[in-house]
Design a protein around this ligand. Sequence first.
Ligand code: A2P
Length: 273
Amino acid sequence: MQATTIMEQGAEREFVIPANTFAETVVEVEHYTDRLFRFRITRPASFRFRSGEFVMIGLPRGDKPVFRAYSISSPAWDDEIEFFSIKVPNGPLTEHLQKIRVGDTILMRQKATGTLVLDALRPGKRLFLISTGTGIAPFASLIRDPETYEKFDRIYLTHTCRDIADLKYGYDVAKLAGEDILVGEEASARLVHFATTTREETAHMGRITTLIENDSLFSTLGIEPLDRENDRVMICGSMGLNLDMKVILEARGFEEGSNSRPADYVVERAFVG
Ligand code: A2P
C-alpha cells in the first residue's frame, strides 16, 4: 500500500490510508465547553448518506487507527460534513480528536448506516426527536432535511443536558434550520425546539422521561399527549435514556422500527468513547 501525505497538528507526515477509508480535511472547529465541540470536514464527492445516519471516523495515528461511530450532524445535501463530539479524558479517540486543527486530516469510512432515518418510521403526523447530550447530532441533520417536513406536520426536538452551556449546539442548529434557504420557512412554522436542564437552573428543568410521564412536556407546549396513531419517535442519548424511553413508548403500544421493518419509534445510542 502507498503512503499519502496527511496533516497532523498542522505538520505534514506520510501515512498509509486503510482500505475503504476517505482521508478528509478539517475545515472548521468550534469548542463549546471543556466537554463538547463540533468540527466540519470536506466531503468526498462519492460519499452518500441519509440524514440521521452515522459513520466511523478516526485519526491517522498508529498502525491500526482507532475508529468510532459518529452521527453526521449536517444534512444530507450539505457539501461539508459536520460532527458534534464529546471530549472524554483518556478516550482512545476523543483525547486526540479534541486537539484537531483546521487543515488536519480525518479518516472516515466510506459507508454510512443507522436506524435514525425517516425510512425506518411508518407515516405519521408528529415527529418527536428525543435527545440527551451529543445525542442531538443526528437530529441536527434531520431538522435541516426537506424530507422531514414533507413527511411530518410537526417536529418536536427535545434536548436535555446537565447545564445551560451544553445546550448551545442545539440552539445554534435550531436557529440555522429556521434561517435555512431550503427548510427555513417550514422549520420556522413547524419545528419546536424544547431544551431542558437537569442540574443548572433554567425555565424548563427535568429529565425528558419525567416530563413525558407526568405530561408536563405536552401541557407546557400546549399539545396533545403521545399517541401511537399519529406520533413517531426517534431517541438518541445515553444508555439510560434509551432504555427508559423504550419502556415508556412500549407501555403506550409503540413498536420499534428498523430499515427493513418501519414502525413507530427508532433508537440509537449516542457516541460515548
Ligand atoms: P441527570 O443530570 O439527571 O443525570 P450525561 O451528561 O450524563 O450524558 O447526561 C446528559 C443528560 O441526560 C443529563 O441531563 C442527564 O440527567 C440525562 N439523563 C441521564 N440518564 C437519563 C435517563 N435514564 N433518562 C432521561 N435522562 C437521562
